[in-house]
Design a protein around this ligand. Sequence first.
Ligand SMILES: Cc1cc2nc3c(=O)[nH]c(=O)nc-3n(C[C@H](O)[C@H](O)[C@H](O)COP(=O)(O)OP(=O)(O)OC[C@H]3O[C@@H](n4cnc5c(N)ncnc54)[C@H](O)[C@@H]3O)c2cc1C
Length: 301
Amino acid sequence: MLVCMANDMNESTYDVIVLGGGPAGLQAALTLGRVHRRVLLLDSQSYRNDPATHLHNFLTHDGTPPSELRAAARAELAAYATVAVRDLPATAVRAVGTGFHVDAGGEAISARGLVLATGLRDLLPDKPGLAELFGDVAVHCPFCHGHELAGRPVAILGAGPRAAHLVGLIAPIASRITVLTDGAPDDVPAGVDVRREPVTGLCRTAAGARVSFDGGPDEEVAGVFVSTELSQAAPFAEQLGLTMLPSGCVEVDAMGRTSLAGVHAAGDLAHQASLPGPLASVLSAAAAGQVAAGSLAAYLG
Ligand SMILES: Cc1cc2nc3c(=O)[nH]c(=O)nc-3n(C[C@H](O)[C@H](O)[C@H](O)COP(=O)(O)OP(=O)(O)OC[C@H]3O[C@@H](n4cnc5c(N)ncnc54)[C@H](O)[C@@H]3O)c2cc1C
């Protein structure tokens, strides 16, 4: 379905197809539009921060609903006659000659270059009730959600190095931290409370969440920090045979170039090999989108 198209260009070949309409893809389209490249942005409208009502840690946008940020970005794109935005999922991507074909809406759309910005998806620990809490009470990132839990008790689900890392970050914010080892062997930093019984479920309360255990009393907390498993939201990196990193992300260089000439990548789905994982934030994704798009414009000429 064509929902928003800045300009009907009647062009059979775009300079660049941007796959993804989150912060990385929207900024990439803006950067390319500023230098009058013919751009098609495809967006399946499924965003990583969909569970969150507000985004934080982005100067001038701290506390903005993510949908408002995207709407403002699309309004800005509408001013650029060479940029088209379609709310349409791409289904396949392939290299053809010196360019690329993208299958979407029953058509094979061609472009000289691609920006992959399809992001990652989160798989939550398999605990009853947890999914319903994800995004406000159950959270994954202290920079995104920590301040909203200030002065209140929080739990960290899971032990190990990640829990130790979170304890260090959250300690100045929370009134009390309880590590829920969920039956795993202890590896808990000193100075925090510990519950060692397996967690059997979580449910929303007026003050946050009630955590239930296999034995022992329930625990009332304002928030629960969780670690999620990340996976690519779309199969395009695999379809193009791009070099991947141990994190499951696409390898890019400092300019957002992937292992395939003409394909640049930005946002959560990609990072440089020197990092253990992506710099997963709205601002970082937008910055990466700008770099990847600028370098692609230079490459395509
Ligand atoms: C619950 C939660 C809360 C968060 N809160 C914050 C916060 O407060 N502050 C912050 O800085 N960061 C926050 N983040 C992280 C932030 O959401 C991501 O870092 C950011 O969204 C990454 O942007 P992106 O453009 O790479 O991917 P996304 O925003 O996930 O966008 C991916 C885009 O690709 C599209 N797409 C996927 N597959 C296809 C396809 N086949 N065809 C076409 N389009 C496709 C999607 O529809 C979407 O438009 C949060 C994350 C989560 C999970």
